[in-house]
Design a protein. Structure first.
Length: 332
């Protein structure tokens, strides 16, 4: 699965490509910090204008909007270019996997579901790995950048439950995130979501294989096909039910999450010790920090799918290795 990073042929794409993707992520985070500063200044200007008519000029207002458009334009340009590059990066990674599987396909084709592993699972694996990997690194970068900003903005501001403690907002975000993440991860294990996803793909592969065989073998017709499809139906319905339970808890938590910053800031807002701009900056920084801490929570469905794909590919490669060892022994 990771031969892409080990072979000389793919060195530039694998390592230089990874560096370019990571560098673009860091640049985007820096732009995000600038946008957060812009929000503070802009809303303070809005508050000033609303409190005292004509206290700002129309030129100042347009200049502020133009500065945001400039930042947003740079962010969008970098995002679009790196997304295009990443698509090529992922296809090269998939190519490295497929080339190796093709080189041993004489042995691989005898393994159950080989076609699905080579064609479907390789593209799923690379896409999910890239998405989860970049999201993780972005979450770490956001924490590094926004945690000091949040601490600086919340100094001497009363925080619900924590009072005037300077680290109240950070601690509150951490406790809220850890509690929600542990609850949903535990629920995912109880519902056996990884196992259900694996079983679902296994049944789909078996059904697809019999359909392919039925194209050439006239003896395989409705009864056999219906029996297999009944198994597909059962595992799908089971997955729908389990994801229903999981989504109720997950979506409920994420909706409650929208109000978390306002709850912690309640004493400061009621006391009127914040300007509108400072409040916007704090809430946005809080959401960035909290969102980064919730990486596992927000990525959980993809983590489940990746675990299932990894399990299938690992099982496939283990069987290939065993087949090669058996062939070597027979040759001797």
């Amino acid at each position: 699965m990771f031969k892409f990073f080990k072979q000389k042929r793919w060195f530039l794409w694998a390592w230089v490509g990874s560096f370019l993707i990571l560098s673009s992520l860091w640049f985007q985070v820096k732009i995000d910090v600038k946008i957060n500063e812009w929000f503070g200044k802009f809303y303070d200007m809005i508050q000033k204008a609303l409190n005292a008519p004509n206290s700002i000029t129309i030129d100042e207002y347009w200049a502020s909007l133009l500065s945001f458009i400039t930042l947003a334009g740079i962010y969008v340009a970098v995002y679009v270019i790196i997304k295009f590059f990443t698509s090529h990066f992922l296809f090269r990674w998939r190519t490295a996997m497929v080339e190796w599987y093709n080189s041993v396909y004489d042995k691989a084709r005898k393994i159950e579901g080989a076609a699905q592993r080579v064609q479907e699972d390789t593209i799923k694996f690379t896409r999910i790995m890239e998405n989860l990997g970049t999201n993780l690194l972005e979450a770490i970068m956001l924490l590094i950048e926004f945690t000091p900003i949040l601490i600086g903005l919340s100094v001497a501001i009363p925080i619900f439950f924590f009072g005037d403690w300077d680290y109240g907002l950070i601690t509150g975000a951490l406790l809220w995130t850890i509690g929600g993440t542990l609850f949903l991860v535990g629920l995912g294990f109880i519902l056996r979501l990884v196992g259900v996803e694996y079983d679902l793909q296994k049944q789909e592969a078996a059904y697809r294989k019999i359909l392919v065989i039925a194209e050439d073998d006239g003896s395989i017709r409705p009864k056999t096909l219906d029996e297999l499809f009944n198994e597909v139906r059962k595992i799908h319905f089971l997955s729908y039910l389990r994801y229903l339970y999981f989504d109720i808890a997950r979506i409920g938590y994420l909706q409650a999450n929208v109000l978390s910053a306002y709850v912690f800031l309640a004493p400061a807002i009621v006391a009127g010790v914040l300007t509108l701009g400072a409040m916007q900056q704090i809430i946005r920084a809080f959401n960035k920090v909290e969102g980064s801490m919730q990486y596992i929570l927000k990525s959980w469905p993809q983590i489940i799918e990746l675990a299932s794909v990894y399990k299938r590919l690992k099982e496939f490669e283990s069987k290939l290795k065993l087949s090669e060892e058996t062939t070597t022994v027979e040759t001797k």
